[in-house]
Design a protein around this ligand. Structure first.
Ligand SMILES: [Zn+2]
Ligand SMILES: [Zn+2]
Ligand SMILES: [Zn+2]
Length: 346
């Protein structure tokens, strides 16, 4: 009998159609790898050298206003540019390139240099949710923009160049690869079952409870069955909503609440700032109705066994498929046990 807590096995990611190798028997092996240094959290509310703090000059020479809430601006070194011609360059079907117009923005969560989502108040996080919704609507209504990706890189380990709490919003003409994979799988499930893939998956997870982390009236945070990153979380809306613009005021507050609770649990795991990439997946803004899309967020944190030991995606993972040692169930149990009172506040 296959025992998912003991035997090496593959798990199917029904959201993007890939597989992950799970090796639960390896969790006892000794570690002799690199020890990363994590910097302590910034303790100053304002940093005169931070290009995101209110009133400071950015690298491009523009000066930030003395903002007192959220603040959004076009990225000074944008990866996408709006005037790019969307033309195809195809050489004999072997060398194919397509011009990709887009708009990239940066959004500061608050004027405070030191307050992460875990330590902001729920009403202040709700202002960030409002900003995300208005940016999604504004950028998405541009006929050149077919998709809006909102994401946060938190911590130096994830390549965040500035500790000031902020996110990025990259909007593009085309639907990016990972989003297109999830769209394909959700559409296929809908065609085959006449129901929503993530609504069906959430019902099963609520029934079992094995992978749940926390929930409120509108959202559920869980470690997905097919998680690749050690403490990966999938955040699902309980109702079938396809994008952030469909969230009413009460649901926006509920989203703010669950974001704070997830990040507080993360910081409490190793009593240290928990690095991650997080972002929302939702209905593309390409004009199609997309009833298959179920609004959700992913958290991909790299930490494994301590605040300094991270997971690497190398070797078999680059050449074969992703692999993990601790099971999704044991990671979920650990996150479920965490306090929702932040270690720095107690
Ligand atoms: Zn700052
Ligand atoms: Zn759904
Ligand atoms: Zn997704």
């Amino acid at each position: 009998m296959l025992d998912l807590a003991q035997h090496p096995h593959r798990r199917y990611n029904l959201l993007n159609g890939s597989w992950v190798l799970v090796s639960p028997h390896r969790t006892q092996r000794p570690w002799q790898g690199a020890i990363d240094k994590t910097p302590p959290p910034p303790e100053i509310a304002y940093d005169p050298n931070c290009y995101l703090c209110p009133g400071n000059a950015r690298a491009g020479g523009v000066r930030n206003p003395a903002y007192s809430s959220t603040f959004v601006f076009d990225n000074d070194f944008a990866a996408l540019l709006p005037a790019t011609p969307p033309e195809t360059d195809d050489r004999q079907g072997l060398l194919i390139a397509i011009g990709e117009p887009g708009i990239c923005r940066v959004a500061c969560f608050s004027p405070r240099h030191d307050l992460t989502i875990a330590r902001m108040s729920v009403p202040d996080i709700a202002l960030v949710v409002n900003l995300w919704a208005s940016q999604y609507t504004e950028l998405g209504s541009n006929p050149k923009i077919g998709h809006v990706q909102i994401f946060e890189n938190r911590g130096e380990m994830m390549g965040a160049s500035n500790p000031h709490p902020h996110c990025q919003i990259w909007s593009s003409r085309s639907v990016p690869t990972e989003v297109a994979s999830e769209q394909r799988e959700q559409a296929a499930w809908r065609a085959a079952h006449d129901s929503c893939l993530l609504c069906d998956y959430l019902a099963l997870e609520l029934q079992s409870g094995d992978r749940l982390v926390c929930e409120n009236e509108s959202f559920v945070a869980l470690v997905p069955f097919w998680a690749v990153w050690p403490f990966e979380i999938l955040l699902l809306s309980k109702r079938h909503l396809s994008a952030i613009d469909e969230l009413d005021a009460a649901v926006r507050v509920a989203l703010a609440d669950i974001l704070k609770r997830i990040t507080t649990r993360y910081d409490n795991v190793f009593e240290a700032p928990f690095p991650y990439t997080m972002g929302f997946h939702q209905r593309p803004t390409d004009g199609a109705p997309h009833p298959e899309w179920h609004f959700h967020a992913h958290y991909f944190p790299p930490l494994l066994r301590s605040a300094t030991i991270r997971k690497y995606m190398v070797g078999f993972e680059m050449l074969g498929m992703p692999q993990r040692d601790i099971t999704a169930e044991s990671a979920a149990a650990r996150l479920r046990d965490m306090s929702e009172s932040h270690y720095l506040d107690s």
